[in-house]
Design a protein around this ligand. Structure first.
Ligand SMILES: Cc1cc2nc3c(=O)[nH]c(=O)nc-3n(C[C@H](O)[C@H](O)[C@H](O)COP(=O)(O)OP(=O)(O)OC[C@H]3O[C@@H](n4cnc5c(N)ncnc54)[C@H](O)[C@@H]3O)c2cc1C
Length: 525
């Protein structure tokens, strides 16, 4: 791969000094870069692969207070997340929206039990409440969830939460931070860090698309590399020999199927599966997302594979609650993410990550490297603000107050203008107020598939840092996540447009291999 001729991706600024260096461009690193640049700090961010290519493009895509944290009595966590949910909904209405959920009830006690809990959820939300929790009759439930299992259905409970497009929201954070002066570099891996005598830390960065390496310095460096935080801490030249483990990864799988398994505009929640988890069936970008699982995982692959028992669990639980059974051959795509859960020192190697909290933790190592881990997409803004407070309190950055933390992101549609719902198939609406920029690129009338046009691919290179077929078809456009076979069919056309934009090696073959990993194994293989 080479740097595309028309790309906005700049060369690494060798020798430059910033106030803050952020390592990792998932939800955590990007919201930190945004908050810090809005406060006027000089910020550079390095991402070894693509923006949100780690965990942050593989979430269930829900902005939520966490109904299950409520059941665990973690009221403070729920209250904070509900207020953060509101903030994100306001910052990017084209990419983050309220969504109604229905819990079908098959036992008499489920309606009062879960309904009561959800009314407490409403109460905790206060001003941030999105709609009222309601009990539904059997016929209202059947109307709301077309495709739900009818036998034994007694009624349901409807409540509100949020949904979003994680990879595109990450991009909106990146672009807004850039607009505020931050310099962002994807496909740029941090290899090493060294604290110098002058109080600055030097970071060695490698451009993964070319031969360049750069040394860049700052008094404050934040490790926001998700499940990889401990790997980076071990790389520090002057760091302690064996830093205590901070992260306890947990794998979650999602399966995508056609919307006709559950027609309608509402999501379905199974509040208690046979092994005590929750299961969601969420309409998203024209398909239905089923998930997820919670499996401790010690290795940290970039592309974790779904275990057969995880797929089986989702298919069985979904088939229990849907009228039509879901089979492996119905799966259009499967994606797998690793939750960067905070490790508790007394727990050693975690064997049951369900009991771990999603709260975040901020740790400063002896040589000044600040590491942030944990949290969830919904609370990334609060995490960023806590990290900056930590850095200011420890003299790594001068004191500066937050600047309009709820201000809209670049591309946000104006309030009052009803956005196109995210459960609809992908289209121009995902660009919000920047749609005119896309339409100005050549090929706006030429569709490649799944709503993606030639102009969108060109725009992805020119304005959104895309450097490969995968960058385009996995994250600028969610084709790989929605239908891996269709994404593979679209790939050669995308590769040709990238080449025309100056990308000499767009990684077509690698992407076709990846598409295979996003599908369950075929019978006979
Ligand atoms: C299955 C699943 C479902 C979830 N669902 C939800 C949900 O519905 N709602 C919600 O709010 N949250 C959800 N979450 C949680 C949420 O997705 C994560 O908490 C969040 O995405 C973590 O972001 P992060 O930035 O910490 O990590 P990441 O997104 O993994 O970002 C870290 C980045 O660091 C980069 N990196 C690593 N090493 C280096 C290096 N040496 N140099 C430069 N860069 C490096 C990686 O490439 C990566 O992009 C879910 C998580 C999972 C796994």
């Amino acid at each position: 791969m080479t740097r595309p001729a028309t790309s906005i991706r700049a060369p690494l600024p060798d020798g430059a000094v910033f106030d803050l260096l952020v390592i990792g461009a998932g939800a955590t690193g990007l919201s930190l870069a945004l908050d810090a640049s809005r406060r006027g700090f000089r910020v550079a961010l390095f991402e070894s692969h693509d923006f949100a290519s780690g965990t942050s493009s593989r979430s269930t895509k829900l902005l939520h207070g966490g109904v299950r944290y409520l059941a665990q009595g973690q009221i403070g966590l729920v209250r904070e997340a509900l207020s953060e949910r509101s903030a994100l909904l306001q910052m990017a209405p084209h990419l983050a929206q309220p969504l109604s959920f229905v819990m079908p009830a098959y036992r008499w006690w489920q309606m009062p039990f879960f309904g009561g809990g959800l009314m407490l959820y409403d109460l905790l939300a206060g001003q941030a409440r999105l709609g009222r929790t309601r009990w539904l009759s059997r016929s209202d439930t059947l109307q709301a969830l077309r495709g739900v299992r009818e036998a034994g259905l007694m009624g349901g409970v409807a409540y509100w939460d949020g949904q979003f497009d994680d990879a595109r929201l990450a991009l909106a954070f990146a672009r807004t931070a850039q607009q505020q002066g931050a310099q962002l570099f994807n496909h740029s891996e941090v290899l090493d860090l060294q604290r110098e005598h002058d109080g600055l830390t030097t970071v060695l960065v490698r451009d993964r698309l070319g031969p360049a390496q750069a040394r860049i310095r700052a008094p404050c460096v934040v490790n926001a590399t998700g499940v990889w935080v401990d790997q980076l801490r071990r790389r520090q030249s002057a760091g302690p020999t064996a830093p205590e483990r901070l992260v306890s990864p947990s794998q979650g799988v999602h399966l995508v199927v056609d919307r006709d398994f559950l027609a309608g505009q509402q999501a379905l929640l199974v509040p208690r599966t046979r092994d005590g988890r929750v299961l969601f069936a969420v309409p998203w970008l024209g398909k239905l997302v089923l998930g997820t699982t919670d499996t401790p995982r010690a290795d940290l692959p970039r592309e974790p594979e779904a275990f057969a028992h995880e797929r089986e669990f989702i298919l069985n639980e979904a088939s229990n609650v849907l009228q039509r059974p879901v089979r492996e051959q119905d799966v259009l795509s499967q994606w797998v993410g690793l939750r960067p859960l905070v490790a508790r020192p007394e727990e050693g190697a975690a064997t049951n990550t369900r009991s771990l909290s999603r709260e975040h933790s901020i740790v400063q190592d002896m040589d000044g490297l600040v590491t942030v881990v944990g949290g969830k997409w919904t609370t990334c803004r609060a995490m960023a603000s806590d990290v900056l407070s930590h850095c200011m309190a420890h003299g790594l950055l001068p004191q500066r107050s937050p600047f309009e933390p709820w201000a809209p992101l670049l591309g946000a549609t104006s309030p009052g203008q009803p956005p196109t719902p995210l459960h609809q198939a992908p289209g121009m609406h995902l660009y919000g107020g920047l749609a005119h920029e896309v339409l100005a690129c050549p090929g706006a009338d030429r569709e490649i598939g799944m709503g993606l046009t030639e102009a969108m691919v060109r725009y992805a290179v020119r304005a959104e840092w895309a450097c490969s077929v995968e960058d385009v078809l996995a994250r600028r456009w969610r084709a790989l996540f929605l239908d891996a076979r269709q994404a593979a069919r679209m790939a050669p056309a995308v590769a040709a447009i990238l080449q025309d934009e100056g990308v000499s090696a767009p990684g077509l073959q690698d992407f076709l291999t990846l598409c295979g990993q996003y599908l369950p194994p075929q019978p006979g293989h």
